[in-house]
Design a protein around this ligand. Structure first.
Ligand code: PLP
Length: 350
């Protein structure tokens, strides 16, 4: 092992923790009497558990959601096991034993999972009911099942399929959730994700589960102007060069210069979540100036037109546009995809 110090990374990510805590407080206030938790699965949507979880904990959040058991240890460095819910539940005995040993709460999603949990010794758990997304959760018809009846249910959950749209399915799911909550004993109920919070008080129950909007996503217009950008990525220039009229740039020569140009090669590519669909009509920011991307996005690089910016040099950082609703519109990628695919080559910086 070398003890040499790693040089500065050419990709860096600033997480605005004030904005993050502010978004949680906004979503918490919008949840009325309900307590707001936080979905922090997939390394806090790619933003980084190590920054996100302590920040939200300090803001007052007391309930965190992950989707894999592998995500649990990182959370347990910051919050008590009882505040962690594992959304996919227990699919074999090893997972049930791990849940019992750590005290992390599994979200039981089927009769088979309920039986597995009880066989392993059981204990407090959460229970997901599927009211219409048809993905995870016990069916409406399973509520009378004997194993389900023996569960010690803390939170009764369901998940909305179309909360980001004005869909008739929202009210249908709400009605079904109300109905099942009269048939299954529980301590508290939770239906709403970020968009669901904006659907109004009927959807709040005792607990809400925002994810996307914590990180700057705006899934419904009611949240516009209330949610702040949290994630600010930057990438370094690794080379400047001059190209002549007629020269092409990048894979498959999709761009040809119609004049002599100055171009800069920048250290971000699709391996960093900057997918090819983001290259279209996209520019990186050099302070107040927008430098347009030319040619294809490569795995580790993009090329920009920097004609007229003689000051831009190797080692300078450019800002990657990351206003999620706006970038989603221009790239065709969902706000969820934009943030969760950031990749692990970014150095955190303040
Ligand atoms: C991911 C997830 C959430 C958070 O949803 P957002 O749309 O990101 O706010 C809430 N509940 C469940 C069950 C989830 O899987």
């Amino acid at each position: 092992m070398s003890t040499a110090e790693l040089p500065r990374a050419p990709l860096r990510l600033r997480v605005d923790t004030h904005a993050l805590a502010g978004n949680w407080r906004t979503l918490s206030e919008m949840s009325g009497k309900a307590q707001a938790g936080a979905a922090v699965k997939a390394n806090a949507y790619g933003v980084g558990v190590g920054q996100v979880v302590p920040c939200l904990r300090d803001a007052g959040c007391e309930q965190f959601y992950v989707a894999h058991w592998s995500e649990v240890p990182a959370l347990l460095s910051y919050v008590p096991a009882r505040q962690v819910a594992m959304l996919h539940g227990v699919t074999d005995r090893a997972e049930a034993d791990y849940a019992r040993a750590t005290g992390v709460m599994p979200v039981i999603n089927s009769i088979a999972q309920a039986e597995l949990w009880l066989e392993a010794g059981g204990g407090p758990c959460h229970l997901m009911v599927d009211t219409g997304i048809n993905r995870l959760g016990i069916g409406m018809a399973d509520t009378g099942n004997e194993a389900i009846g023996r569960l010690k249910v803390d939170m009764l959950l369901s998940h909305l399929a179309s909360a980001d749209e004005d869909s008739a399915l929202n009210a249908v799911q709400l009605g079904r959730f109300r109905e099942v909550s009269t048939r299954i004993d529980h301590q508290r109920r939770s239906l709403a994700n970020s968009a669901g919070i904006a659907l109004g008080a009927d959807y709040h129950f005792e607990h809400t589960r925002p994810g996307l909007s914590l990180y700057g996503g705006v899934p419904r217009q009611e949240l516009e102007g209330r949610i702040s950008q949290v994630v600010f990525p930057e990438a370094a220039v690794i080379q400047r060069r001059r190209i002549a009229a007629g020269d092409s740039v990048g894979y498959n020569a999709t761009f040809t210069a119609n004049r002599d140009m100055e171009v800069a090669t920048v250290s971000i590519g699709y391996a960093d979540g900057f997918l090819r669909s983001r290259g279209r009509d996209c520019a990186l920011q050099h302070g107040n100036f927008a430098l347009p991307i030319i040619g294809r996005v490569s795995m580790d690089m993009v090329v920009l037109d920097c004609t007229g910016f003689p000051d831009l040099k190797m080692g300078d950082f450019l800002q990657i546009p990351f206003d999620l609703p706006r970038v989603s519109e221009t790239s065709g990628l969902s706000q969820y995809e934009l943030v969760t695919t950031l990749g692990d080559r970014f150095a955190l910086h303040s």
